[in-house]
Every structure is written in structure tokens, then in C-alpha cells.
Design a protein around this ligand. Structure first.
Ligand code: AMP
Ligand code: MG
Length: 271
């Protein structure tokens, strides 16, 4: 799949309104074909994750940021459907605890980055510290502004030390969010997901979009690029994210480790 339409070129000055939330124009073959391609990506991710784990050398960090209901949980469930749970961890970042607030904002994040052979998915991340924190003025402007530089340097350090970073902004329209919140209110099995706070948060939509736009422009780098994923349709969102992840895994040129020396001799010893 051509990922260029979703890629945020480092150093660009993009306007978020130029990015589609629907994205059907990129998938003229339609949903049926899209779901088949998704299935192929999922099994490729499964295959490559096994080698990443066996190789025990490289690390993959995937970051999902999005407005409520865009599908951070849903895409994680879909894309990692087949993988061995030993090698994949999901970390959700909530409002910081009092202990976390005693430290710098990257402290809790650094502790959860992947170890050798692991894939870690961040459901929210240090980017909350330039998003919700900015929108709700939890710190002064000069404090959140300088965080772009910290974040770029932190991520560069991770990349230098062998972490591959992939960052996805799941982009939905406000109308889609409204439909999904209504669905959570109306569907008994989804009511547990409904948080009245999400209705309040919706009022800040333009402020969030401004914060996301700056985040994308300031922190898409050669070593940790952002993708803007059209997320109004689950199948398109899942297909694009699975394509990004399977490409990132392929680019790692993963290899099974060499077997023990003279493995053949053990045939006779195995009694
Ligand atoms: P959810 O992901 O829906 O369970 O919600 C988690 C909540 O934690 C969201 O409202 C986030 O905005 C909030 N959150 C996450 N990180 C931070 C942070 N660094 N500062 C303030 N709020 C945060
Ligand atoms: Mg929520």
C-alpha cells in the first residue's frame, strides 16, 4: 500500500484540515478487498513478531494518539489479533498519579518503552503532555512549548539505542465522534465505555485540533515519523495501521538467531 498520503513529512507545515478522516478515495477496490488485505497484514505481523521475539535484538514502539472514540483500543485489538501475547505489551497512559506528578513528564513513559524483542503499544503517551495539558492549561505555554524539543530528543535517544518508533494519529471527524458516543449511550454492551466527561471534552474540539496540528508539525522526525490515519471507517483505519506496522517490521530485516553449534549432533543424543 502507498503510505505517502498518510505520512507527515518531517519539517512540513501541514494543515490538519487537508487530511481526510474518511479516506475511501484511497481504497477504490472497496471494503471487501480491504478486509482481505487487512487479513494478510495481520498474518504478516504475526509472522514477523515471532522473529522479532526470537531475534531478541530490536524493539518496536507504536504510539496511538486520538480524540475519544477514534479507536485506539479497536485498532490494537484488530492488528495484533494473531500475535503471541508474550512479546506484545499494551500500555495505557491515564491522567498522571500523584507519584507520577512528583517526577518529570517523561519518567513514567521511559519506564515502559520496549525491551529487546518486544513490541509495545502506547495507548496515549507523552504526547498528552502537549495535548490535554495544553488545551486545559495545566501548565504555562512556555512549559508545553519547550516539550517538543524534549520529546524529539528523547525519541532520538531511543532510536539511537535501537528502538523503532511509529506514531499514528487516528483522525476522525466530530460527526463521527458524535455518532459513536450516541452508540455508546444506546448499546447496553457499550455503555460501560461511556464517560460523561467525553461530552465536555468535545467542546474543546478546535483547541485539540490546533494542538494536534502543532504536535504533528513539530514532532514528525526522520527517526520517529507521524502518520495521520483516516479513522471514520474502522476497516480503513485498521488497514492503514496494519500496513504501517507490517512495513516497519519488514524494514527491520529480522532474522532468526543462529542455532547452537553443530545442532545435528543432538539428534543422536536425544534418547
Ligand atoms: P482513556 O484513555 O479514555 O481511559 O482516558 C484517559 C484520560 O487520561 C484522558 O482523558 C487523557 O487526556 C488523560 N491523560 C492522559 N495523560 C495525561 C496527562 N499527561 N495529563 C493529563 N491527563 C492525561
Ligand atoms: Mg475515554
Amino acid at each position: 500500500m502507498d503510505l505517502k498520503p498518510f505520512f507527515v513529512k518531517p519539517g512540513s507545515k501541514l494543515k490538519l484540515e487537508d487530511f481526510k478522516t474518511g479516506g475511501k478515495e484511497f481504497f477504490e477496490e472497496g471494503k471487501k478487498q480491504g478486509l482481505e488485505d487487512l487479513k494478510k497484514n495481520i498474518s504478516e505481523i504475526d509472522r514477523l513478531q515471532e522473529i522479532l521475539y526470537a531475534e531478541h535484538k530490536q524493539r518496536l514502539l507504536i504510539i496511538f494518539q486520538a480524540m475519544d472514540t477514534a479507536g485506539k483500543d479497536g485498532v490494537t485489538r484488530s492488528v495484533f489479533e494473531g500475535v503471541n501475547p508474550q512479546g506484545v505489551k499494551v500500555v495505557s497512559f491515564k491522567a498522571p498519579t500523584s507519584t507520577e506528578l512528583e517526577h518529570d513528564y517523561l519518567w513514567r513513559v521511559h519506564a515502559r518503552v520496549p525491551a529487546k524483542g518486544e513490541i509495545v503499544v502506547f495507548n496515549r503517551s507523552h504526547y498528552e503532555d502537549v495535548l490535554v495539558v495544553r488545551v486545559h492549561e495545566l501548565v504555562e505555554k512556555k512549559v508545553w512549548k519547550r516539550r517538543y524539543r524534549h520529546i524529539n530528543e528523547f525519541e532520538r535517544m531511543l532510536a539511537d539505542e535501537g528502538v523503532t518508533l511509529v506514531k499514528c494519529f487516528l483522525h476522525i471527524s466530530p460527526d463521527t465522534q458524535k455518532e459513536r458516543l450516541m452508540d455508546r449511550i444506546n448499546t447496553p454492551e457499550k455503555q460501560w465505555k461511556f464517560n460523561p466527561g467525553d461530552i465536555e471534552e468535545r467542546k474543546y474540539w478546535p483547541d485539540y485540533m490546533a494542538a494536534y496540528e502543532d504536535m504533528l508539525n513539530e514532532t514528525s522526525t526522520d527517526w520517529a515519523p507521524w502518520y495521520v490515519v483516516p479513522s471514520d471507517h474502522n476497516w480503513i483505519r485498521n488497514l492503514v495501521v496494519s500496513s504501517i506496522i507490517s512495513k516497519s517490521l519488514k524494514d527491520l530485516n529480522l532474522q532468526y538467531p543462529a542455532p547452537v553449534e553443530n545442532i545435528e549432533q543432538y539428534r543422536e543424543k536425544l534418547i
